[in-house]
Design a protein around this ligand. Structure first.
Ligand code: ATP
Ligand code: MG
Length: 405
């Protein structure tokens, strides 16, 4: 271990609740380690997002050692220990040998050996363990060296790891993108050869990795990597022709970045749903894509108000972001739209100075389709001339209005 890594581990800030669980397990005669992402992040001098523990104790033994234990994923060997109100995930050492169809392991075997547990993990930088009491680091696969070299490398044979679980190929690309690392050549070369297994991975799992990639500062490079390795053609062939730098010009916003990827796709909503994003995300992306054609730069203010009424004002910003990402010079038009919005013009029937029952009274009729027509008529008039949106102004308009039916 280098001096600087020793220093990083020495100074690592580990939550007291996590230390208490480690001590509790050690006292009961078991082994206990911090594992995975948190060890990697400590050695990168980044604060870990969460602290996962691995132990030689079986789930039943963990339950015996603490007063409050929730069996969150007991069939995979994971329980949640609650100390001082803090939840700490503890997973029994396992080594998953057998995989079916690149899905979940067909059976989970518990082990008493931390190295066996580390050997089932995806990348060398994620396959280190740290005992925070004895301050011992376990790094059997050269994770520290790969961190120093900024390299994503599979634990043992990349081909075998990707054939066991196809998601790992996408995770390699995601970690490279988020961390700004390169993928070691043999690891990258194994991706195109194992795409048939990637193709069987549940879309929900791909979604998690892809979303992290798409919102990372190096998203353009990550996107190019998904294309180069063949992953993109498997889960998002609709975006194969997108230029990576266009993604980088879009803000870090999921709806805008998905709209960038799907701007030329006529079925954007279905595609976003297929990728297992929420219905609202799919609807918003499709709305931005459908309304990406902007009004002409010299459109009169009334034209801009009509456009805002059609796209809904909250979509003006993402629609402009998409246009700018695609390289259109829309600054002048955007400024004019901002000026129009600053006057807070009436853009919906709700914003009219008369409500439905007041319109009925003014027309001297009860509820009927005529009211809807009258309301639309008033909206069209005030979009042209917002100054007319007063009770008197609208009543005047209604007195000269004739129902088309
Ligand atoms: P992040 O900070 O992005 O959450 P992480 O390393 O914590 O990164 P997780 O997806 O939370 O990533 O997984 C935790 C650990 O579990 C990983 O560090 C890795 O050791 C292991 N792991 C997760 N998914 C896989 C997988 N598909 N195959 C093998 N090991 C995995
Ligand atoms: Mg994690």
């Amino acid at each position: 271990m280098t001096d600087s890594n020793a220093t990083l581990l020495e100074r690592a800030v580990i939550p007291p609740a996590v230390l208490e669980v480690v001590r509790g397990l050690l006292t009961a005669g078991h082994q206990a380690f911090l594992v995975g992402g948190c060890v990697r992040d400590i050695l990168r001098a980044e604060p870990p997002k969460d602290f996962d523990l691995a132990t030689s104790a079986t789930p039943a033994q963990v339950q015996q050692a603490f007063a409050r234990v929730i069996p969150t994923g007991i069939e995979h060997g994971t329980v949640t220990v609650v100390v001082r109100g803090v939840h700490v995930e503890v997973t029994t050492f396992r080594a998953e040998a057998e995989y079916l169809d690149g899905r979940r392991p067909s059976k989970v075997e518990f082990h008493t050996d931390i190295e066996a547990d580390l050997s089932r993990r995806d990348f060398t930088i994620n396959a280190m363990a740290f005992d925070p009491v004895s301050r011992r680091l376990v790094d059997p696969f050269g994770g520290q060296a790969d961190l120093a070299a900024k390299t994503i490398r599979c634990v043992r044979s990349a081909m075998e790891r990707f054939l066991e679980d196809g998601l790992r190929a996408m995770r390699a690309v995601r970690f490279a993108t988020v961390l700004g690392y390169s993928i070691e050549p043999q690891t990258e070369a194994a991706i195109p050869k194992t795409l048939h297994v990637f193709g069987k991975v549940a879309t929900e799992r791909i979604n998690q990795e892809f979303t992290k990639l798409l919102l990372a500062p190096l998203a353009p490079e990550g996107f190019e990597l998904t294309r180069r390795t063949g992953l993109l053609a498997e889960f998002l062939p609709e975006a194969l022709d997108v230029e990576p730098h266009v993604i980088g010009r879009a803000p870090v916003d999921l709806v805008v970045r998905l709209a960038v990827l799907l701007h030329a796709c006529s079925t954007a909503r279905d595609v976003v749903l297929r990728l297992k994003y929420p219905v609202k995300t799919a609807t918003d992306v499709a709305h931005v894509v459908a309304h990406q054609v902007l009004p002409p730069g010299d459109a009169p203010a009334a034209g801009l108000r009509r456009w805002l009424a059609a796209v809904k004002p909250e979509f003006a910003a993402p629609i402009f972001e998409l246009a700018k990402a695609r390289g259109f010079d829309v600054a002048a038009l955007e400024g004019r739209v901002r000026d129009v919005l600053a006057t807070n013009p009436p853009l919906t029937t709700k914003a009219l100075a008369l409500n439905g029952s007041q319109i009925m009274t003014a027309l001297g009729v009860g509820p009927s389709p005529v009211i809807g027509q009258a309301t639309q008529h008033l909206l069209q008039q005030v979009l042209d001339e917002p100054g007319l949106n007063t009770p008197e102004g609208l009543t005047g308009l209604l007195s000269s209005w004739k129902s088309p039916v």
